[in-house]
Write a protein that binds this ligand. Sequence first.
Ligand code: ADP
Ligand code: MG
Length: 151
Amino acid sequence: MTKPEPIIRLEDVHKYYGDYHALRGITAEIGQGEFFSLLGPSGCGKTTLLRAIAGFEDISSGAIMLGGKNMEGVAPNHRPTNMVFQSYAIFPHLNVEQNVAFGLRKSGMAAADKSRAVGQALEMVGLGGYGARAAHALSGGSGSACTLPAP
Ligand SMILES: Nc1ncnc2c1ncn2[C@@H]1O[C@H](COP(=O)(O)OP(=O)(O)O)[C@@H](O)[C@H]1O
Ligand SMILES: [Mg+2]
């Protein structure tokens, strides 16, 4: 049986910012349904790589293959990716609960169901009981996530 094509394939990806060599030959394969985390110290290139996969950054050499297709020259809105920038995704004028509920505003879901869904989501990430806090009153860290929709 042939191995299924990885959903993300990075082939010797290099990125220069001027003279600065930010990505130095990244090669990786990520399969459908895999949960993949990039960990490393600040400045090691995590955001650069995610931005390159999502198409917000051109790479200097190598290839980024998504679903078997080379993404060279493909604009972000034409790639099968979603990217969430933690710091930009939070509305500072809304509390934690309201931030989490934001996407459900137009869903037509009953208020009680919305409230339950938000409570479950907060519990799931260990933030149960923090719903009424202002968003800036949580310790943030920083990060970004890049997801592909299920095929
Ligand atoms: N637009 C840019 N111009 C020049 N250098 C950059 C730019 N973006 C990032 N860098 C540099 O590239 C390196 C990797 O940055 P980044 O991908 O943001 O790292 P991380 O997300 O792992 O903290 C850092 O040294 C950073 O200063
Ligand atoms: Mg970063």
